[in-house]
Design a protein around this ligand. Structure first.
Ligand code: MSP
Length: 663
């Protein structure tokens, strides 16, 4: 019997279009939902919209439309973005759904009937922005302790939920269930909050002050407080969104993902509401950190709100998904910048995983007729065994451990996956299949190496499937793996060496095109998002243009034929090519120059992908003193045309053997 896994995101206010913060939680939930489906669990993944309350009413008033029309208008912006991002939610709740409203009313009535809701006159400090009262001891100098805006004294009759009654039970629950609030630091914060007496919670608003909400079933002059309405979504959705009511199947929720700012409402309000309703509490409430943008708080007034649509149109969906979960630990704050995203894309994705896939496919095409060859285990050594152990540990231990609801360590999971990417690339470097190919006695070893490289990629494809679904699919296609990701592929141990032989590999587009950082200044659409662009940078571009023209017109010094003859130019054949880590320009080539094999580091990586070069006949300077470029030894120089940027590589019009002199 499959284990049920119910995961939720907060329901987002429809006072504005979605931003990177909304995308963050939703992508995180999607990764966990996909991972658990691959493990064979019975998953329900819920997201949706919080449509009632003051914020939405105000936004609608500003747009001069009715609140419902405003919500209907904004809803597709969220739904379309989730579709674009590959989000696999099973349900999408809107708190204006009639069925949801009915359940909220049922909950209210049941608590009212049990005398857990009562009416009282209340005078207190009210924060309009947060739509809540604060007690005297919370407010200092007339400022809201949460949003730091001024609060006002307000006196009104309202309905209250006897939240205070549940304080001890809640504390005991938190103590008895260490996994209930995560990360631990947040759990301690909530316990600290519960040290003070827990007040009862005002759960109504007079219609005279706020009309956009669900009417109280026992008093038509009031609507319910937005949080009472919103939190109920996690339960109500199960009743009417699945094809059959599924509260018993999925409740209690396995994981509520929330931002750190809404932890108290979840850990305290929601938990005590559930206790009062005699419903079990969720297993884990996990509070994640917040994103700043280029070091600043993201806000409309600063004009730096990041629209995920713009980012994915420019950088690609998987690159965005990867960046958000790789860059910072899930519980901590992080800083978003396009420079950092480009850095991750080019180094981890293009140079790392992309390079491993493309070189493996190229090598199989060149040295195994384009089909996965058979491995011969008797030719294996420690290198192979290390790769095998790392791949099996990754799927069997690393992923389930770090993605467990108690931990949710996306960054460490990805670090683990990229450990195998690195090992795979090193394996190819060390086993040097191009050298094995030259020795007819080493064909079995060559095939074993190619098989093991492809097998590593199969493990990587499975490990990445939840994080980067489109990438996993491309890997699946290029390697001819025939995986169907709608099946529970991770439900059993994946054994090393079960990759089928004889399937045809297919070279495709690079997995992750490298992104040239100069687009940051050129793409005007990015500027309109308020993302910082540096005017000086574009000046630099035009200066470079200027220099180019000047350089072209200067008269260069003439040299004698003897001087020229000092330079030994030779024909060389590229045997292997890969990117130099952390460089977007440098490629490390292994070339055959007839008498020997040389390693040359060439600054042609912006123009060429490594796999394009394998097999090419080029021209090199053979008698240049060896030098180190970014720590990598270069034994010669490749000839290419272009002043600042490489425009073309010198190749030969006829088939000329490696080692022939060029004069
Ligand atoms: N409607 C409530 C939630 C009700 S859940 C029953 C709400 N909505 S919200 O749209 O304002 O915020 C939704 C989520 O976005 C919160 O989890 C919040 O933490 C998150 N984020 C808002 N800005 C963010 C960042 N800058 N970075 C990361 N997440 C951020 O609150």
């Amino acid at each position: 019997m499959a284990q049920s896994f119910y995961i939720t995101t907060p329901i987002y206010y429809v006072n504005d279009v979605p931003h990177i913060g909304h995308a963050y939680t939703t992508i995180a939930a999607d990764v966990l939902a996909r991972f658990r489906r691959l493990q064979g669990d019975d998953v329900f993944f819920l997201t949706g919209l919080d449509e009632h309350g003051q914020k939405v009413q105000q936004a609608a008033a500003k747009a001069s439309i009715a609140p419902q029309a405003h919500c209907d208008h904004l809803t597709p912006q969220f739904q379309d973005l989730w579709e674009k991002l590959g989000i696999t939610n099973n349900g999408f709740i809107r708190t204006t759904d009639q069925q949801h409203q009915t359940i909220v009313k049922r909950f209210l009535q049941s608590l009212y009937d049990k005398d857990l809701i009562y009416q009282a006159e209340y005078t207190g400090w009210y924060c309009t922005f947060d739509e809540r009262f604060w007690t005297e001891k919370d407010v200092e100098a007339g400022i809201c302790p949460d949003c730091k805006r001024p609060v006002e004294q307000l006196s009104e009759s309202n309905y209250f939920f006897r939240m205070g009654q549940f304080q001890d039970r809640l504390k005991a629950h938190i103590h008895d269930h260490p996994e209930f609030i995560r990360p631990i630091s947040r759990r301690n914060e909530v316990l600290g909050f519960l040290e003070k007496p827990l007040e009862d919670l005002s759960i109504s608003r007079p219609k005279s002050r706020l009309s956009w909400g669900i009417e109280l079933p026992f008093d038509s002059d009031y609507v319910t407080y937005v949080w009472f309405d919103a939190l109920t979504n996690y339960f109500s959705a199960l009743d009417y969104l699945p094809s059959v009511p599924s509260t018993t199947r999925y409740w209690p929720a396995t994981t509520h993902l929330v931002g750190k700012d809404i932890l108290t409402t979840h850990a305290v309000y929601w938990s005590t509401m559930l206790m009062a309703l005699e419903l079990p509490l969720p297993q884990t409430i996990f509070a994640h950190g917040w994103w700043t943008v280029n070091g600043e708080k993201m806000s409309k007034s600063r004009g730096n709100v990041v629209d995920p649509n713009v980012i994915i149109d420019t950088f690609g969906i998987d690159s965005f998904r990867y960046f958000l979960l790789r860059e910072v630990p899930f519980g901590q704050d992080g800083d978003f910048s396009q420079e950092a995203l480009i850095g991750r894309n080019n180094s981890d994705l293009a140079n790392g995983l992309g390079n491993l896939l493309s070189r493996t496919v190229t090598l199989i095409q060149r040295f195994a007729n384009g089909t996965i060859p058979a491995r011969v285990t008797s030719t294996e050594d420690d290198l192979d065994r290390e790769l095998e152990a790392a791949a099996e540990t990754l799927l069997q231990t690393t992923l389930p451990h770090h993605l467990h609801p108690e931990r949710i360590e996306f960054n460490r999971t990805l670090e683990g996956i990229w450990g195998l990417v690195q090992l795979g690339n090193q394996y190819i470097d060390k086993t040097a299949p191009w050298a094995l190919a030259k020795d007819s006695t080493k064909q079995e070893r060559l095939h074993t190496v190619l098989y093991n490289a492809a097998e590593t990629l199969r493990f990587l494809c499975l490990a990445n499937a939840a994080f980067m679904p489109a990438t996993a699919q491309t890997m699946n296609e290029q390697l001819g793996l025939g995986l169907d990701f709608s099946h529970p592929l991770l439900s059993q141990n994946i054994d090393w060496g079960t990759l089928g032989i004889g399937t045809t590999v297919q070279k495709g587009q690079p997995l992750f095109p490298r992104i040239d950082a100069s687009i940051l200044n050129k793409e005007s659409k990015l500027e309109t998002q308020g993302l910082k662009t540096d005017g000086q940078e574009s000046n630099k571009d035009s200066k470079e243009e200027e220099n180019k023209h000047q350089e072209g017109s200067t008269i260069e010094d003439q040299i004698s034929i003897e001087d020229f003859m000092k330079v030994q130019l030779k024909v060389a054949k590229v045997l292997a090519a890969e990117r130099v880590p952390k460089s977007n320009k440098l490629l490390k080539l292994q070339v055959d120059i007839g008498t020997e094999q040389r390693q040359i580091v060439a600054g042609i990586g912006k123009k060429y992908d490594p796999e394009q070069l394998i097999g090419q006949t080029i021209v090199i300077v053979a008698n240049l003193k060896p030098a180190k470029l970014m720590g990598v030894e270069s034994q010669g120089m490749v000839l290419a045309a272009g002043i600042k940027e490489v425009e073309g590589l010198l190749t030969l019009s006829e088939a000329v053997a490696a080692g022939v002199k060029v004069k």
